[in-house]
Design a binder for this molecule. Structure first.
Ligand SMILES: [Zn+2]
Ligand SMILES: [Zn+2]
Length: 344
């Protein structure tokens, strides 16, 4: 089969290669990939700015159909349509985090697509606990972005404390920010989405999903938020840009006793008035990835049929055009790109 492989350390060193179809053990399942979402992490692996273990097949946001199961597998049968959790492919299984389903923090963890073979190919092999059957009404295209959506589910449903009537600010209208918006909008929470002029298309999508959009290069975000909230500020910020200036500004827009959730990466040093945390009793926290609990919550959300992930997927491309897809992603021209296998 063909696979998109990071074949050596360093910048680039990614190409389509012929690899053997993966064998599966007695407790494993072989899944034929339907769609694989392209993620910022794939670009980081390409650029060698995210830890990776070549030779490794890229791609970790996956959906597919069960093709074959090992003799010990009980819960799955060929033909089952599944979303794949690739982040816990290699874990120790016995640390405090593994035992409680918080695999993200296992020190020996290696996820699919960078630490072990991923899904920009025809087949992957997984354990039962890595697969989630999707509802009949859900498409395999939407299921492909489950792993990315899970990051937003954790932040909105587990880390933040939102109640009806709250006001939220999301800074950075990328896929994670807009998937947070899907969740806050479904709750009826008034949601501002802030971006720059280069985000015009993304802000247009956010608006169609129910957000109040602010282009910070055309409008004073602080004046708008403070004006609309009678000088109080927002209840919760989901910071999805990773931009230091956006972070400094957004913290100042949190109401007393409100919450600031950092999700965006890239800002290692940020200027902030620490005293405002004290005076306003702001809760500052981070959210990364997801846990077993998040996937349980997410599958319930999928079964409810209340969230439509389709507007987040702006491009569907064959794996043979991966270079074009990576370039679209680099230029931030797409929201979510999903790839499908187009070889024999
Ligand atoms: Zn990802
Ligand atoms: Zn562990």
């Amino acid at each position: 089969m063909k696979a998109l492989v990071k074949f050596a350390p360093g910048v680039g060193n990614v190409q389509l290669m012929d690899v053997p179809e993966p064998e599966y053990g007695d407790s494993e399942i072989r899944v034929k990939i339907a769609y694989a979402g392209l993620c910022g992490t794939d670009l980081h692996v390409y650029n060698d700015t995210f830890r990776n273990y070549p030779p490794v097949i890229l791609g970790h946001e996956l959906s597919g159909v069960v093709e074959a199961v090992g003799s010990n597998v009980k819960q799955y049968a060929p033909g089952d349509r599944v979303a794949i959790l690739g982040s816990n492919k290699i874990i120790c299984g016995h640390c405090k985090y593994c035992k409680t389903g918080y695999y993200m923090f296992c020190s020996t963890r290696r996820g699919m697509g960078h630490g072990t073979n991923g899904g920009f190919t025809k087949y992957v092999v997984a354990r039962e606990d890595m697969l989630f059957k999707i509802p009949d009404a859900m498409s395999l295209k939407e299921a492909a972005i489950s792993e990315a959506f899970a990051s937003s589910v954790q932040a909105v449903e587990e880390v933040a404390h939102l109640v009806a009537g709250d006001t939220v600010l999301i800074t950075g209208p990328g896929p994670i920010g807009l998937m947070c918006l899907l969740l806050t909008a479904a709750k009826g929470v008034r949601t501002y989405v802030a971006g720059t002029s280069s985000d015009a298309e993304r802000l247009r999508i956010a608006e169609s999903l129910g957000a109040v959009c602010v282009d910070v290069q055309r409008e004073d975000l602080a004046a708008r938020i403070m004006g609309d909230t009678c000088g109080r500020g927002v209840d919760v910020v989901f910071e999805c840009s990773g931009n230091p200036a956006a972070i400094t500004l957004a913290i100042s827009l949190v109401r007393p006793m409100g919450q600031f959730v950092q999700m965006g990466l890239g800002a290692t040093k940020v200027e902030m008035n620490v005293e405002q945390l004290v005076h306003k009793r702001i809760c500052l926290c981070g959210s990364v990835g997801h846990s077993m609990n998040t996937w349980e919550i997410m599958m319930r959300i999928f079964r409810s049929g209340k969230i439509d992930l389709k507007p987040i997927i702006t491009h569907e491309m064959p794996l043979s055009k991966w270079e074009e897809a990576f370039e679209l992603m680099r230029q931030q021209k797409a929201l979510k790109i999903i790839l499908y296998y187009d070889f024999e």
